[in-house]
Design a binder for this molecule. Structure first.
Ligand code: ATP
Length: 402
């Protein structure tokens, strides 16, 4: 692994054509009272507007401290914090916090208050009238997938862990803050519910486009949730700051490589969608075609297969040379059935999974109606992986030169 620098890692500038900066940390440090080693040391970081920025790193590296410095739940020992162009290092912390939603792992719902009152905490502080609050609570419960009529009058102990976490997100969104800080928000939840909450949250964020700083120690969660990822080492030192794709394709040093762990290539395939590919043209036939015609197409086929489509252009069977020899049965009854299908929205990892089950070693792409769109072969995936690695290497090569 070449130890070239992440583009401007220590300056903390984003390495891609990033949106404008919403929050700027300028050489921020935190030394807790009674300790000698800073929890965060000289951290300079630009947090882009409207994106999810994930802080990921090993336990104790300073992620939570960094997050809490942003809304001044913890006061920095030195350095400046600039929020939307304004130096907020010394402004009233309450005023700052109203512009920043905060979600934590243990949710922190008030047990003696109903869900409505929990969600309405900040709007009440801001003096909203009751009608506006009721409408907002219902809107937010809807947004996080909970029926307001069922849940608005319940108490936190009457919710499942996943529902409580959704309410935590709704509460953080209540006054529509431009910024959300999320500290391991889905950490204490079982894997299936966690996956669902992550997906729901990504869907909500696609509409809301909040500036989000999201802390996790789980690299897979970072890759899934982050538009950009900051990999942190001890004292919140930036090891690498980049898009998930580039971090996976080009970990900057052994620390990042070890932190990503095994399977980086497969994780990279998880980030690419079938719809973005140039699909491999596979020769197709219809049931009515003569065996001579099919033979002619087979002889032109690189991979020894032609794809038989049904009358609605849906993939039906793979036909190879030896199936053609079976003259006792019509073509649409010979050859293995096509089972390995994916829709354009699927990830390339899904496509690979399908391919491994396919007799023809190909994933067949269909649209919602089942109509054939094209095929993906292992060569297609190899090309994608090479391209991702070459793009990242070029990016870092150019950054190193400049
Ligand atoms: N209130 C405190 N007083 C003294 N030291 C603290 C305090 N809070 C955190 N620390 C120390 O600061 C360092 C960073 O802690 P922090 O909680 O920010 O790390 P983290 O990366 O979020 O860890 P984790 O992933 O385990 O939650 C740790 O060494 C921790 O022991």
């Amino acid at each position: 692994m070449t130890a070239i620098q992440t583009p401007e890692p220590t300056s903390g500038l984003t390495s891609d054509a990033a949106p404008r900066t919403m929050i700027h940390l300028d050489k921020v440090s935190k030394v807790y009272p009674g300790t000698k080693v800073p929890a965060v040391e000289d951290l300079t970081l630009d947090i882009p507007e409207g994106e999810i920025l994930v802080l990921v790193g090993p336990s104790g590296c300073g992620k939570s401290t960094t997050l809490r410095l942003i809304n001044r739940m913890i006061e920095p020992s030195s350095g400046r914090i600039v929020f939307d162009g304004e130096d907020v290092t010394d402004v009233d912390a309450d005023r700052l916090r109203r512009r920043i939603g905060y979600v934590i792992q243990q949710i922190g719902l008030f047990p003696h208050m109903t869900i409505t009152d929990n969600i309405a905490t900040v709007p009440r502080m801001l003096g909203w009238d009751d009608n506006r609050i009721t409408a907002r609570v219902d809107e937010l419960l809807d947004l996080v997938g909970m029926d307001p009529s069922l849940y608005r009058d319940r108490y936190p102990k009457e919710l499942s862990g996943g529902q409580a976490q959704r309410v935590g997100v709704a509460r953080a969104l209540a006054a529509d803050p431009p910024v959300m800080l999320m500290d391991e928000p889905f950490g204490a939840i079982d894997p299936i519910t966690r996956d669902r909450l992550q997906n729901e949250f990504l869907r909500v964020q696609a509409d809301l486009k909040k500036t989000i700083v999201f802390v996790t120690h789980d690299i897979d969660e970072a890759i899934k949730m982050g538009d950009r990822i900051v990999v942190l080492k001890e004292r919140s030192q930036i090891a690498q700051f980049d898009t998930p794709e580039r971090i996976l394709a080009h970990p900057i040093d052994d620390f990042v490589e070890d932190f990503i762990g095994s399977g980086a290539t497969l994780k990279g395939l998880d980030l690419e969608r079938v719809r973005d590919l140039d699909l491999t043209p596979v020769l197709t036939i219809h049931a009515g075609e003569s065996r001579d015609e099919v033979q002619r197409k087979l002889s032109q086929s690189d991979d020894g297969w032609v794809l038989l489509l049904d009358e609605k252009n849906r993939p039906h069977r793979w036909i190879g040379e030896h199936h053609l020899q079976r003259t006792d049965r019509p073509l649409h009854e010979v050859g293995p059935r096509v089972t390995a299908t994916v829709e354009p929205n699927a990830t390339l990892r899904d496509a690979l999974e399908q391919m491994l089950h396919s007799t023809a070693s190909m994933a067949t792409v269909i649209d919602r109606d089942g109509t054939y769109q094209g095929s993906i072969s292992i060569n297609t995936l190899t090309d994608v992986i090479k391209r991702m690695q070459a793009d990242a290497a070029r990016h870092y090569g150019e950054a190193a030169k400049s």
